[in-house]
Design a protein around this ligand. Structure first.
Ligand code: NDP
Length: 293
């Protein structure tokens, strides 16, 4: 085939998980401490249930403790806040993740901001958002962190590169832009009101797509040789079956890009690997031990 390299996020993520597991083994041997991750799921969103199950499996595979809390959709918000309070106070829990989206009767901001920022392994607490925005040590959101790791591995020094992030959500687009700025890229954040999105994308050395629209970004939007990170996970019906596709039209984009992440097998596996890495980091910080690389 012609065109650029496929970035092996799946392989890279398994390397990250192996390093986390090794570090966890050393903590156990030296201190008898097992890092613990609590995952809270409210309601029965099928995609969320798959994510939560995979998170539990991979947490245990890394030698860490997994605490899963499944609450019915109609749980009062006060009960969820009380659970978060107990997890905040539990010394066996180093990381807390509340799976989003929450049911409509809940105030997601209030819930997320009830998590102890030191245990906020998703990095969504306003304190962590502020710390990231001011370049201070924080918990960094897992998906953008995973994207940054793939970009650094592929490109080395990112400084001076033009980065375009399509999508401005608090969980992907905005923190992604902060991380790229922190690595001295020239960053543009695009969204649904952006004019001439295709032309803007063509100026990008690094193009990150976090839109939630299947195959929206086509090959003729990609600068030749650019590195394309496709965060999108879209379920579509095609040829009579359900398929997962990204926000990038991978067939045409791969012909032009220097490198591109596939869907699945690109950013997705990195997200969970970074969640485990963040939990380990939170555990080390809680005890005042040196942090993993
Ligand atoms: P959101 O729906 O919260 O945000 C989507 C963003 O895309 C918005 O900023 C929106 O703009 C912008 N957008 C929508 N349509 C267009 C358009 N036509 N042109 C330009 N911009 C547009 O999504 P998320 O950030 O939560 O997720 C994005 C994608 O990433 C989804 O497919 C999701 O499934 C996936 N995802 C994958 C993860 C992984 O682990 N790989 C983790 C998290 C998400 P505006 O603000 O103006 O409305």
């Amino acid at each position: 085939r012609n065109g650029g390299a496929i970035i092996d996020g799946k392989g890279f993520a398994s390397g990250v998980r192996a390093r986390v597991a090794e570090h966890v083994g050393r903590l156990k041997a030296a201190h008898g401490v097992v890092p613990g991750l609590a995952v809270v799921l409210v309601g029965e969103d099928p995609a969320s249930e798959v994510y939560v199950r995979n998170k539990g499996i991979q947490t245990r595979e890394a030698g860490m403790a997994s605490f899963e809390h499944k609450l019915p959709a109609e749980t009062p918000q006060e009960d969820l806040l009380a659970l978060i309070g107990r997890l905040n106070a539990d010394p066996a829990v180093h990381g807390i993740l509340v799976q989003l989206p929450l049911p409509g009767h809940m105030d997601a901001e209030r819930v997320i901001n009830a998590i102890d920022p030191a245990k906020d392994v998703d990095g969504f607490h306003i304190s962590n958002v502020g710390l990231l925005g001011t370049g201070q040590k924080s918990m960094v959101p897992c998906t953008p962190l995973g994207c940054l790791m793939l970009l650094r591995d592929r490109l080395g020094d990112l400084s001076g590169l033009n980065a375009v992030v399509v999508g401005r959500s608090n969980i992907v687009g905005k923190p992604m832009a902060q991380l790229l700025l922190g690595d001295s890229c020239t960053v543009t954040i695009a969204h649904s009101r952006t004019k001439d999105l295709a032309g803007l994308c063509r100026s990008a050395d690094i193009l990150v797509a976090a839109v939630g629209r299947p195959r929206m970004i086509r090959g003729d939007w990609v600068k030749p040789g650019a590195t394309v990170i496709d965060v999108g996970i879209n379920r579509i019906e095609e040829d009579g079956r359900t398929r997962l596709v990204g926000d990038v039209d991978s067939d045409s984009a791969a012909q032009v890009a220097g490198a591109i992440t596939p869907v699945p097998g690109g950013v997705g596996p990195m997200t969970i690997a970074c969640l485990l890495a963040n939990t380990l980091t939170a555990c080390c910080r809680a005890h005042g031990w040196p942090e993993p690389e």
